[in-house]
Design a protein around this ligand. Structure first.
Ligand code: CA
Length: 173
């Protein structure tokens, strides 16, 4: 919003007010509302002042109908969560690997104590913030995908030992 006046001598000071709010909202010829919310709806006017006096402008009505709270308040959802803007409101969703606790904060899921055995019966689970990894016991593997279950290696460890070549294999040498 911009205030202008043809006062003579020129205006020394511009002050912005919102009706129903006694203290000034801003000073300066232009007033921009940053981080706008529906609370900013209302009637605004400016006061122009020079050395002889002051005069109020007519009021300007501002009606905030659509606000993207996620953009206007980047921290609105707190850590480890994403914000989803909705019509007239917003919602917060925990990032993968996090879940909402009793007071609505997104906290790490300790996959290693969950009932679902994330690492299978053959893996040792290590919890990380937002994640976890599986350490496979000898004879098992998750084929390099550290976040997946360890499964038993399908080949027979006895036959896989060096120096013991399967007869079937010899046929091709
Ligand atoms: Ca975790």
């Amino acid at each position: 919003m911009t205030c202008s006046s043809d006062a003579n001598p020129p205006v020394d000071k511009y002050t912005w007010y919102k009706k129903t709010v006694s203290s000034p909202k801003a000073s300066g010829q232009s007033y921009s509302i940053t981080n706008i919310t529906s609370e900013d709806s209302g009637e605004y006017y400016c006061e122009a002042q020079n050395k002889y006096g002051r005069l109020n402008s007519s009021t300007l009505s501002v009606d905030v109908q659509y606000v993207d709270e996620c953009t206007a308040h980047s921290q609105i959802c707190g850590e480890n969560s994403t914000c989803l803007n909705t019509n007239g409101s917003y919602s917060c969703h925990c990032l993968p690997g996090f879940k909402s606790n009793r007071i609505g904060l997104c906290v790490d899921i300790n996959e290693c104590v969950e009932e679902k055995r994330y690492c299978g019966n053959e893996g040792l689970c290590h919890n990380l913030i937002g994640s976890y990894w599986c350490q496979c016991s000898p004879g098992s593997t998750n084929y390099g995908h550290k976040g997946t279950k360890c499964v038993e290696l399908s080949c027979d460890p006895q036959e896989a030992q060096p120096g013991k070549v399967k007869p079937l294999f010899l046929q091709y040498i």
